[in-house]
Design a binder for this molecule. Structure first.
Ligand SMILES: [Mg+2]
Length: 301
């Protein structure tokens, strides 16, 4: 069986004939799934990666407005685009749907060419938005996750740690004597060095739920969910960067570019305060700097 990689559109309508008409109409454009009422529509959006919902405004029980409100109120589904489909052509209904966050409005009786064109347009926009969003989470210079991506992941991982009781480890990393490196070898060489270090971090931290990000300038950050003994991993990262062998005649620590690494292990209760956790990691990093750089310090507050 071949997998259908096309975007998924959820058609929600209490009348079977309407569902069938829309499904048939869109079969060439996308993968269509169906729901006959509000609760099962919400259920489907939790189970599947839905790009677009065609939502009947008028349904018994939970109507389309309530479904839309709940979709937008849930982080996991808030970004799914919704087109209202309704027999009420009243301008107020249209406005209400758009105010709640619908992207478009289709009036019944359905005009097939129009529906197909609108769905096609919105799927294209959704795809572009997803691509932009991916780009906006990546650091332009190094290609790894950026600060924004890290902030999102960090908050998510902390919330998860609080819920699950799991530990998590966080590390701040700073390139030693980087200003001197730039002064001596030029900013182009400095940028290349940062990119190589970033790749070394990503290569070492390989579990899919770990995050290695550029935090800013020559600072990086590692997020290791579920890890309560990060010292060996961080020490490996430090050794891997030194092993890149990027000559640095201006370093007081070594003949090559090195990093200092400050780690902190958070038990669940500390995960309630992400900002404090970051300050602990910073403190560990400064300690590593004070003690001579090119080393790893792990704190367990
Ligand atoms: Mg209806």
């Amino acid at each position: 069986m071949t997998q259908d990689n096309r975007p998924t559109v959820l058609v929600v309508d209490d009348e079977r004939v309407n569902r069938a008409v829309l499904a048939e109409l869109l079969a060439d454009e996308c993968r269509v799934i169906l729901a006959k009422d509000g609760p099962s529509a919400l259920q489907r959006t939790q189970e599947e990666r839905v790009s677009l919902v065609l939502l009947d405004a008028s349904m018994p029980g939970m109507d389309g407005y309530e479904v839309l409100r709940r979709l937008k109120a849930d982080d996991r589904t808030a970004k799914i685009e919704v087109i209202f489909v309704t027999g009420q052509t009243d301008e107020q209904d249209e406005e209400r749907g758009l105010l709640l966050g619908a992207v478009d409005y289709i009036a019944k009786p359905i005009r097939p060419a129009l529906v197909r064109a609108r769905v096609r347009n919105h799927l294209k926009l959704a795809r572009q938005r997803e691509e932009l969003e991916l780009l906006s989470l990546r650091d332009g210079l190094t290609g790894i996750a950026n600060r924004r991506h890290f902030d999102m992941e960090f908050n998510r991982v902390c919330r998860h740690a609080v819920r699950s009781g799991d530990s998590l480890s966080l590390a701040m990393i700073d390139v030693d004597y980087f200003k001197q490196y730039n002064d001596r070898y030029g900013h182009g060489a400095g940028d290349m060095a940062l990119a190589r270090i970033a790749q070394a971090l990503v290569a070492t931290v390989q579990r899919p739920y770990d995050t290695a990000a550029r935090y800013g300038g020559e600072e990086f950050v590692l997020l290791l969910p579920g890890v309560d003994e990060p010292a060996a991993t961080l020490e490996q990262v430090r050794a891997d960067v030194a092993a890149l062998g990027i000559a640095h005649a201006g370093s007081d620590t070594a003949a090559v570019l090195t990093i200092s690494c400050g780690g902190v292990v958070a038990r669940a209760e500390l995960a309630r305060e992400p900002a404090r956790l970051l300050r602990w990691a910073d403190e560990a990093l400064y300690q590593a700097k004070r003690e001579g750089r090119n080393r790893t310090i792990v704190l367990k507050p």
